[in-house]
Design a protein around this ligand. Structure first.
Ligand code: GH3
Ligand code: MG
Ligand code: MG
Ligand code: MG
Length: 297
Protein backbone atom coordinates (compact mmCIF):
# COMPACT_ATOMS: atom_id res chain seq x y z
CA UNK A 1 0.00 0.00 0.00
CA UNK A 2 2.19 2.77 1.27
CA UNK A 3 5.47 3.35 -0.47
CA UNK A 4 6.40 6.13 1.96
CA UNK A 5 7.30 8.52 -0.84
CA UNK A 6 7.34 12.10 0.42
CA UNK A 7 8.00 15.09 -1.80
CA UNK A 8 9.64 18.21 -0.37
CA UNK A 9 9.15 21.33 -2.51
CA UNK A 10 11.41 24.24 -1.61
CA UNK A 11 13.54 26.62 -3.65
CA UNK A 12 16.38 26.52 -1.13
CA UNK A 13 18.71 23.57 -1.09
CA UNK A 14 19.58 23.97 2.60
CA UNK A 15 15.90 23.61 3.59
CA UNK A 16 15.62 20.51 1.47
CA UNK A 17 18.75 19.02 3.02
CA UNK A 18 17.52 19.70 6.53
CA UNK A 19 14.14 18.09 5.88
CA UNK A 20 15.87 15.19 4.16
CA UNK A 21 17.83 14.61 7.37
CA UNK A 22 14.75 14.93 9.56
CA UNK A 23 12.62 12.47 7.55
CA UNK A 24 15.10 10.43 5.55
CA UNK A 25 15.35 7.54 8.04
CA UNK A 26 11.64 6.80 7.95
CA UNK A 27 10.59 7.88 4.48
CA UNK A 28 11.67 7.88 0.88
CA UNK A 29 12.20 11.64 0.59
CA UNK A 30 12.42 13.27 -2.85
CA UNK A 31 12.66 16.95 -3.57
CA UNK A 32 11.76 19.59 -6.14
CA UNK A 33 13.35 23.04 -6.28
CA UNK A 34 10.32 24.76 -7.79
CA UNK A 35 6.56 24.34 -8.05
CA UNK A 36 6.93 23.70 -11.78
CA UNK A 37 9.42 20.91 -11.20
CA UNK A 38 7.15 19.49 -8.50
CA UNK A 39 4.25 19.25 -10.98
CA UNK A 40 6.40 17.22 -13.37
CA UNK A 41 7.52 14.86 -10.61
CA UNK A 42 4.03 14.44 -9.18
CA UNK A 43 2.69 13.54 -12.63
CA UNK A 44 5.29 10.76 -12.82
CA UNK A 45 4.77 9.33 -9.36
CA UNK A 46 2.17 10.38 -6.81
CA UNK A 47 3.71 11.11 -3.41
CA UNK A 48 1.93 10.04 -0.24
CA UNK A 49 2.44 13.49 1.26
CA UNK A 50 3.92 16.84 0.20
CA UNK A 51 5.86 19.32 2.32
CA UNK A 52 5.49 22.64 0.58
CA UNK A 53 7.33 25.92 0.88
CA UNK A 54 5.34 29.05 0.03
CA UNK A 55 7.80 31.68 -1.17
CA UNK A 56 9.35 30.46 -4.39
CA UNK A 57 10.47 32.56 -7.38
CA UNK A 58 7.91 31.64 -10.05
CA UNK A 59 4.76 29.83 -8.99
CA UNK A 60 4.35 30.05 -5.20
CA UNK A 61 3.24 27.33 -2.81
CA UNK A 62 -0.35 28.60 -2.51
CA UNK A 63 -0.76 28.37 -6.27
CA UNK A 64 0.73 24.89 -6.46
CA UNK A 65 -1.55 23.77 -3.64
CA UNK A 66 -4.61 25.12 -5.45
CA UNK A 67 -3.64 23.36 -8.68
CA UNK A 68 -3.15 20.03 -6.90
CA UNK A 69 -6.43 20.35 -4.99
CA UNK A 70 -8.32 21.08 -8.21
CA UNK A 71 -7.24 17.82 -9.90
CA UNK A 72 -8.96 14.52 -9.15
CA UNK A 73 -5.69 12.58 -9.34
CA UNK A 74 -3.86 14.75 -6.82
CA UNK A 75 -6.52 16.30 -4.61
CA UNK A 76 -6.24 13.65 -1.89
CA UNK A 77 -2.50 14.00 -1.36
CA UNK A 78 -2.02 15.64 2.06
CA UNK A 79 -0.08 18.89 1.79
CA UNK A 80 1.73 20.46 4.73
CA UNK A 81 2.99 23.99 4.28
CA UNK A 82 6.38 24.59 5.81
CA UNK A 83 7.21 28.26 5.58
CA UNK A 84 8.60 31.35 7.25
CA UNK A 85 5.32 33.22 6.58
CA UNK A 86 3.85 33.30 10.05
CA UNK A 87 0.89 35.70 10.18
CA UNK A 88 -2.58 34.32 10.97
CA UNK A 89 -3.79 35.54 7.57
CA UNK A 90 -1.09 33.59 5.76
CA UNK A 91 -1.73 30.47 7.79
CA UNK A 92 -5.48 30.80 7.19
CA UNK A 93 -4.90 31.15 3.47
CA UNK A 94 -2.77 28.01 3.45
CA UNK A 95 -5.36 25.96 5.28
CA UNK A 96 -8.15 27.34 3.10
CA UNK A 97 -6.19 26.35 0.02
CA UNK A 98 -6.63 22.77 1.20
CA UNK A 99 -3.46 22.05 3.17
CA UNK A 100 -3.87 19.68 6.11
CA UNK A 101 -1.33 21.50 8.25
CA UNK A 102 0.92 24.55 8.47
CA UNK A 103 4.35 24.57 10.05
CA UNK A 104 6.30 27.78 10.61
CA UNK A 105 10.09 27.88 10.13
CA UNK A 106 12.36 27.56 11.99
CA UNK A 107 10.78 24.26 12.79
CA UNK A 108 11.41 21.65 15.42
CA UNK A 109 12.52 18.35 13.89
CA UNK A 110 10.56 16.03 16.13
CA UNK A 111 7.36 18.06 15.72
CA UNK A 112 7.71 17.86 11.93
CA UNK A 113 8.22 14.09 12.18
CA UNK A 114 5.20 13.69 14.45
CA UNK A 115 2.94 15.78 12.22
CA UNK A 116 4.00 13.97 9.06
CA UNK A 117 3.41 10.65 10.81
CA UNK A 118 -0.07 11.68 12.00
CA UNK A 119 -1.17 12.98 8.63
CA UNK A 120 -0.01 9.83 6.89
CA UNK A 121 -1.95 7.72 9.38
CA UNK A 122 -5.07 9.83 8.82
CA UNK A 123 -4.69 9.54 5.07
CA UNK A 124 -4.34 5.76 5.26
CA UNK A 125 -7.41 5.47 7.46
CA UNK A 126 -9.35 7.66 5.06
CA UNK A 127 -8.27 5.55 2.08
CA UNK A 128 -9.26 2.38 3.90
CA UNK A 129 -12.66 3.79 4.83
CA UNK A 130 -13.29 4.78 1.26
CA UNK A 131 -12.49 1.29 -0.01
CA UNK A 132 -14.62 -0.33 2.71
CA UNK A 133 -17.56 1.97 2.02
CA UNK A 134 -17.53 0.92 -1.63
CA UNK A 135 -16.85 -2.80 -1.32
CA UNK A 136 -19.17 -5.72 -0.69
CA UNK A 137 -17.79 -7.54 2.34
CA UNK A 138 -18.74 -11.06 1.23
CA UNK A 139 -17.58 -11.03 -2.38
CA UNK A 140 -15.08 -8.17 -2.58
CA UNK A 141 -16.93 -6.78 -5.59
CA UNK A 142 -18.13 -3.19 -5.75
CA UNK A 143 -21.18 -2.69 -3.58
CA UNK A 144 -24.43 -1.02 -4.55
CA UNK A 145 -23.25 2.43 -3.49
CA UNK A 146 -20.21 2.25 -5.72
CA UNK A 147 -22.26 0.73 -8.54
CA UNK A 148 -24.60 3.71 -8.69
CA UNK A 149 -21.76 6.23 -8.46
CA UNK A 150 -20.07 4.39 -11.29
CA UNK A 151 -23.24 4.31 -13.38
CA UNK A 152 -23.53 8.10 -13.08
CA UNK A 153 -19.94 8.55 -14.23
CA UNK A 154 -20.07 6.14 -17.16
CA UNK A 155 -23.44 7.41 -18.30
CA UNK A 156 -21.98 10.93 -18.63
CA UNK A 157 -18.90 9.56 -20.33
CA UNK A 158 -20.91 7.49 -22.82
CA UNK A 159 -22.90 10.58 -23.77
CA UNK A 160 -19.81 12.73 -24.13
CA UNK A 161 -17.88 10.22 -26.21
CA UNK A 162 -20.96 8.95 -28.04
CA UNK A 163 -20.28 5.37 -26.98
CA UNK A 164 -22.69 2.52 -26.31
CA UNK A 165 -23.22 1.40 -22.72
CA UNK A 166 -24.57 -1.94 -21.52
CA UNK A 167 -25.60 -3.46 -18.21
CA UNK A 168 -26.10 -7.07 -17.19
CA UNK A 169 -28.25 -8.26 -14.31
CA UNK A 170 -27.24 -11.71 -13.14
CA UNK A 171 -29.29 -13.81 -10.74
CA UNK A 172 -28.30 -17.19 -9.34
CA UNK A 173 -30.88 -19.83 -10.24
CA UNK A 174 -32.71 -21.71 -7.49
CA UNK A 175 -30.57 -20.22 -4.81
CA UNK A 176 -33.09 -20.49 -2.04
CA UNK A 177 -33.15 -24.29 -2.41
CA UNK A 178 -29.33 -24.20 -2.50
CA UNK A 179 -29.24 -22.55 0.93
CA UNK A 180 -31.93 -24.89 2.20
CA UNK A 181 -30.03 -27.98 1.10
CA UNK A 182 -26.38 -27.02 1.71
CA UNK A 183 -26.71 -24.36 4.42
CA UNK A 184 -26.08 -20.65 4.54
CA UNK A 185 -22.30 -20.91 4.87
CA UNK A 186 -22.02 -23.05 1.76
CA UNK A 187 -24.38 -20.51 0.15
CA UNK A 188 -21.94 -17.72 0.99
CA UNK A 189 -19.02 -19.67 -0.47
CA UNK A 190 -21.07 -20.29 -3.60
CA UNK A 191 -21.76 -16.55 -3.95
CA UNK A 192 -18.04 -15.86 -3.57
CA UNK A 193 -17.19 -18.30 -6.33
CA UNK A 194 -19.89 -16.90 -8.60
CA UNK A 195 -18.63 -13.36 -7.92
CA UNK A 196 -15.03 -14.35 -8.67
CA UNK A 197 -16.09 -15.95 -11.92
CA UNK A 198 -18.10 -12.90 -12.95
CA UNK A 199 -15.10 -10.68 -12.22
CA UNK A 200 -12.65 -12.83 -14.15
CA UNK A 201 -15.01 -13.08 -17.13
CA UNK A 202 -15.12 -9.30 -17.56
CA UNK A 203 -12.79 -7.04 -19.51
CA UNK A 204 -10.34 -5.66 -16.98
CA UNK A 205 -10.42 -1.92 -17.64
CA UNK A 206 -13.83 -1.08 -19.05
CA UNK A 207 -16.14 -3.38 -17.10
CA UNK A 208 -17.28 -3.35 -13.52
CA UNK A 209 -18.89 -6.19 -11.60
CA UNK A 210 -20.96 -5.33 -8.52
CA UNK A 211 -23.10 -7.09 -5.97
CA UNK A 212 -26.54 -5.69 -6.61
CA UNK A 213 -28.28 -7.45 -3.74
CA UNK A 214 -28.56 -10.94 -2.17
CA UNK A 215 -27.76 -13.36 -5.00
CA UNK A 216 -27.95 -10.75 -7.74
CA UNK A 217 -25.06 -9.10 -9.49
CA UNK A 218 -24.83 -6.21 -11.91
CA UNK A 219 -22.15 -5.60 -14.52
CA UNK A 220 -21.58 -2.26 -16.21
CA UNK A 221 -19.92 -2.58 -19.60
CA UNK A 222 -18.49 0.63 -20.98
CA UNK A 223 -18.26 1.06 -24.72
CA UNK A 224 -20.06 -2.24 -25.27
CA UNK A 225 -22.93 -2.51 -27.74
CA UNK A 226 -25.57 -5.19 -27.55
CA UNK A 227 -23.53 -7.77 -29.50
CA UNK A 228 -20.51 -7.42 -27.26
CA UNK A 229 -22.67 -7.37 -24.12
CA UNK A 230 -24.30 -10.61 -25.22
CA UNK A 231 -20.89 -12.19 -25.77
CA UNK A 232 -19.68 -11.17 -22.34
CA UNK A 233 -22.91 -12.30 -20.68
CA UNK A 234 -22.71 -15.66 -22.40
CA UNK A 235 -19.09 -16.03 -21.28
CA UNK A 236 -20.15 -15.40 -17.67
CA UNK A 237 -23.05 -17.84 -17.90
CA UNK A 238 -20.85 -20.56 -19.44
CA UNK A 239 -17.96 -20.00 -16.99
CA UNK A 240 -20.31 -20.37 -14.02
CA UNK A 241 -21.76 -23.55 -15.48
CA UNK A 242 -18.19 -24.82 -15.91
CA UNK A 243 -17.52 -24.41 -12.18
CA UNK A 244 -19.77 -27.45 -11.73
CA UNK A 245 -20.82 -26.46 -8.21
CA UNK A 246 -23.17 -29.32 -7.23
CA UNK A 247 -26.81 -28.29 -6.71
CA UNK A 248 -29.06 -31.33 -6.45
CA UNK A 249 -32.21 -29.29 -5.78
CA UNK A 250 -31.85 -26.91 -8.68
CA UNK A 251 -34.79 -26.82 -11.04
CA UNK A 252 -32.34 -26.41 -13.97
CA UNK A 253 -29.36 -28.80 -13.82
CA UNK A 254 -27.71 -30.58 -10.86
CA UNK A 255 -25.22 -27.68 -10.71
CA UNK A 256 -25.32 -23.96 -9.92
CA UNK A 257 -26.34 -21.80 -12.90
CA UNK A 258 -27.27 -18.17 -13.49
CA UNK A 259 -29.77 -16.28 -15.59
CA UNK A 260 -28.74 -12.99 -17.17
CA UNK A 261 -30.70 -10.01 -18.46
CA UNK A 262 -28.91 -7.67 -20.88
CA UNK A 263 -29.74 -4.07 -21.79
CA UNK A 264 -27.82 -1.67 -24.01
CA UNK A 265 -28.10 1.96 -24.98
CA UNK A 266 -26.72 3.41 -28.19
CA UNK A 267 -26.37 6.97 -29.43
CA UNK A 268 -29.76 6.74 -31.13
CA UNK A 269 -31.37 5.36 -27.98
CA UNK A 270 -30.07 7.29 -25.00
CA UNK A 271 -31.45 5.41 -22.04
CA UNK A 272 -30.73 6.70 -18.59
CA UNK A 273 -29.14 4.06 -16.43
CA UNK A 274 -32.34 3.71 -14.43
CA UNK A 275 -34.09 2.67 -17.65
CA UNK A 276 -31.20 0.38 -18.58
CA UNK A 277 -31.49 -1.40 -15.25
CA UNK A 278 -35.22 -1.69 -15.69
CA UNK A 279 -34.80 -3.17 -19.18
CA UNK A 280 -32.15 -5.62 -17.91
CA UNK A 281 -34.48 -6.61 -15.09
CA UNK A 282 -37.29 -7.34 -17.56
CA UNK A 283 -34.93 -9.42 -19.70
CA UNK A 284 -33.82 -11.31 -16.59
CA UNK A 285 -37.42 -12.06 -15.77
CA UNK A 286 -37.89 -13.50 -19.27
CA UNK A 287 -34.73 -15.60 -18.85
CA UNK A 288 -36.20 -17.05 -15.65
CA UNK A 289 -39.53 -17.62 -17.30
CA UNK A 290 -37.97 -19.45 -20.25
CA UNK A 291 -36.26 -21.98 -18.00
CA UNK A 292 -33.20 -20.19 -16.45
CA UNK A 293 -29.48 -20.72 -17.19
CA UNK A 294 -29.68 -18.40 -20.18
CA UNK A 295 -28.97 -14.91 -21.47
CA UNK A 296 -31.82 -12.73 -22.70
CA UNK A 297 -31.69 -9.27 -24.17
P1 GH3 B 1 -34.75 -18.02 -8.95
O1 GH3 B 1 -34.17 -19.14 -9.74
O2 GH3 B 1 -36.10 -17.64 -9.41
O3 GH3 B 1 -33.86 -16.86 -8.86
O4 GH3 B 1 -34.96 -18.58 -7.48
P2 GH3 B 1 -34.15 -18.26 -6.16
O5 GH3 B 1 -34.40 -19.37 -5.20
O6 GH3 B 1 -32.71 -18.00 -6.48
O7 GH3 B 1 -34.77 -16.89 -5.74
P3 GH3 B 1 -35.15 -16.27 -4.35
O8 GH3 B 1 -35.14 -14.79 -4.57
O9 GH3 B 1 -36.41 -16.89 -3.85
O10 GH3 B 1 -34.01 -16.68 -3.36
C1 GH3 B 1 -32.85 -15.95 -3.19
C2 GH3 B 1 -32.14 -16.52 -2.03
O11 GH3 B 1 -30.86 -15.94 -1.88
C3 GH3 B 1 -32.88 -16.31 -0.73
C4 GH3 B 1 -31.82 -15.78 0.22
O12 GH3 B 1 -31.83 -16.48 1.43
C5 GH3 B 1 -30.52 -16.05 -0.51
N1 GH3 B 1 -29.49 -15.07 -0.17
C6 GH3 B 1 -29.51 -13.73 -0.35
N2 GH3 B 1 -28.36 -13.18 0.10
C7 GH3 B 1 -27.60 -14.18 0.58
C8 GH3 B 1 -26.29 -14.25 1.19
O13 GH3 B 1 -25.60 -13.24 1.38
N3 GH3 B 1 -25.84 -15.46 1.56
C9 GH3 B 1 -26.57 -16.59 1.36
N4 GH3 B 1 -26.06 -17.75 1.73
N5 GH3 B 1 -27.79 -16.56 0.80
C10 GH3 B 1 -28.30 -15.38 0.41
MG1 MG C 1 11.26 29.62 -0.41
MG1 MG D 1 -33.01 -12.96 -6.92
MG1 MG E 1 -32.21 -16.38 -7.78
Amino acid sequence: MADRYILVVDDQMNNIETLGEVLGDEYDVHFALSAEQALVQIAQHLPELILLDIMMPEMDGFQLCEILKAKVETRDIPIIFITSLSTPDQETRGLEAGAVDYIVKPFNASIVRARVHNHLELKRTKDLLRVLSQTDALTGLANRRRLFEHLDTVQDKALRLDQPLSVLLIDVDSFKPYNDLYGHIAGDVCLQRVAGTIQSSLRSVTDMGARYGGEEFCCVLENADQDLALQIAERIRANIETLHIPHLHSMVLPIVTVSIGVASSTSSNRSLHANLLMAADKALYVAKDKGRNQVIV
